[in-house]
Design a protein around this ligand. Structure first.
Ligand SMILES: Cc1cc2nc3c(=O)[nH]c(=O)nc-3n(C[C@H](O)[C@H](O)[C@H](O)COP(=O)(O)OP(=O)(O)OC[C@H]3O[C@@H](n4cnc5c(N)ncnc54)[C@H](O)[C@@H]3O)c2cc1C
Length: 460
């Protein structure tokens, strides 16, 4: 019985009984995340409200040799917050305050579970800008974003979460609480340990506070839509835009299946007959934005776009961005199981990779819709399947491996933004090589010698 585990009484004493869940029906929602076909019931779930309580939880877990899986909003797409058998889920959602908005230094200090959208809104309210915008930003936590080094629609021009983290407070496996980084724009004192924790997927420590860099809000924005009868033409347009030394803030791609699905879901007037759609946003000084938008439209037409148009106003631009963010949810309505991958390739290989994904789908009789951050080379081949159908799932596994093999063969990566977690650990060594893979393990063991923190994620 769960309740008989000696750790649980100690946790109740530390946090109060209301902050410790042990009933099977309470544990159920903490046994899975946004990753399809993976689940595991935890031993218990605890809610800590301060770094000191988190240190107390880790000390008790160490004493009782129970693994700890840190969890934010549970939207991860690589199984990072799925418990390992017998694990304690440490849910950090009570650490949810913005602590400081420093308009003189352009920084924001937040507790780990502040929702990404709330960070954006707080900055926006004082004329500042927090660029990383994962599709899940209305629910994901900033700590989860840091732990996965999440990207988003604006990655091409503004980079990913890592580019905005100036400091972190982290609770280590031994219960010590560290501050890493500073408000200084330049700071080279000691090893850059802050960066080690960015993208560490809960395997090295528990992030409790995040100090973020903010930017001045761009004065103007324009959103453009270009449709193509052939996917190659869309890919060539992307290459031409980059070659023309224009870096739009957003350069998103939807294939026909995704486009139709999003249109059925969001009703924003996307063309149903086109083979590919590019959603492009340029931002900055109004004159530069106008010039860039005109050049992008010309390049799209020159490379065979069947239609190119500007969003009528800010409301339509926001509607289009929201529609793009809904791609995963829209596709998830088609079949019982939706497996979204994020193989990423050098941009020059995009057209070839998308063609290859189409061939894989045909060869294995699978339904795969593809969309993604074209400007970053970050694709989301999305398998629309049914986990109850063993034969189909077997074909999905083979197809996925073929796609990863292909991405690696053209100099790509198995994950551009979703992390390795459980879902992709089998492919990591193939990408990194033996020596780098072994180095990762040595770092893990140096910080967490008892393998208490999210064991079995990233590697076995
Ligand atoms: C509809 C949808 C759209 C998405 N779009 C994008 C996208 O555009 N770009 C993108 O990059 N991702 C995207 N994601 C994936 C996901 O939202 C991100 O990975 C996000 O950062 C996870 O945040 P979370 O709070 O849900 O973290 P969780 O899922 O709870 O955790 C993710 C990982 O981080 C660890 N972790 C969480 N909090 C902490 C902490 N405080 N300290 C240490 N470790 C911690 C967990 O152990 C786990 O390994 C999307 C997901 C969905 C469902």
């Amino acid at each position: 019985m769960n309740d008989s585990h000696p750790l649980l009484a100690a946790l109740s004493q530390l946090l109060g009984p209301a902050q410790v869940l042990t009933e099977p029906e309470d544990l159920l929602p903490y046994g899975f995340d946004g990753t399809a076909a993976l689940k595991q019931r935890p031993l218990a779930v605890v809610f800590a409200a301060t770094p000191q309580e988190i240190a107390g939880v880790l000390n008790l877990a160490r004493e009782h040799r129970v693994p700890v899986v840190t969890r934010g909003s549970g939207t991860g797409l690589s199984g990072g917050s799925i418990p390992v058998p017998g694990a304690l889920v440490l849910c950090v959602l009570r650490l949810n305050r913005i602590l400081e908005l420093d308009t003189r230094n352009l920084t924001l200090l937040a507790e780990t579970a502040v929702i990404t959208q709330a960070i954006y809104d707080a900055a926006d309210g004082v004329g500042l800008f927090y660029p990383p915008d994962p599709g899940s930003m209305k629910i994901s936590t900033i700590g989860g974003n840091v732990a996965e080094n999440s990207g988003g629609l604006r990655g091409l021009k503004y980079g990913v979460t890592r580019d905005y983290v100036m400091g972190l407070e982290v609770v280590l496996a031994d219960g010590s609480i560290c501050w890493l980084g500073s408000k200084c724009v330049k700071d080279v004192a000691g090893y850059n340990l802050r960066d080690l924790f960015i993208g560490s997927e809960g395997t090295l420590g528990v992030i409790t506070k995040v100090l973020l860099k903010l930017l001045p809000k761009p004065a103007a924005r324009q959103t453009l839509l270009a449709t193509f009868a052939e996917m190659e033409a869309a890919a060539e347009t992307v290459s031409a835009i980059i070659a023309a030394k224009v870096i739009p803030c957003t350069l998103e791609f939807l294939d026909q299946k995704t486009m139709r699905c999003v249109e059925d879901f969001a009703h924003v007037g996307l063309p149903r007959e086109a083979q590919a759609l590019l959603l492009i946003e340029t931002d900055g000084h109004p004159a530069a934005v106008a010039d860039e938008a005109a050049l992008i439209m010309e390049l799209a037409r020159r490379h065979g776009a069947t239609e190119v148009r500007r969003a009528r106003d800010a409301a339509e631009a926001a509607q289009l961005a929201t529609a793009r963010r809904s791609a995963f949810s829209a596709l998830a309505r088609l079949r019982p199981t939706t497996i979204l991958e994020d193989a990423t390739v050098p941009r020059s290989e995009l057209a070839r990779t998308i063609r290859f994904i189409g061939q894989v789908a045909e060869r294995h009789r699978l339904e795969i819709a593809t969309f993604g951050h074209f400007g970053d080379g970050n694709l989301h081949p999305t398998f629309l399947t049914d986990e109850r159908d063993r034969d189909e799932m077997h074909r999905v596994e083979i197809a996925m491996k073929e796609i990863f093999d292909f991405a690696l063969s053209v100099g790509g990566t198995i994950t551009g933004e979703h992390g390795v977690g459980l879902a992709k650990k089998a492919f990591l060594q193939q990408q990194l090589g033996d020596a780098s893979h072994a180095l990762l393990r040595r770092v893990k063991l140096a910080l967490d010698p008892e393998r208490l923190l999210n064991p079995g994620k990233i590697f076995d």
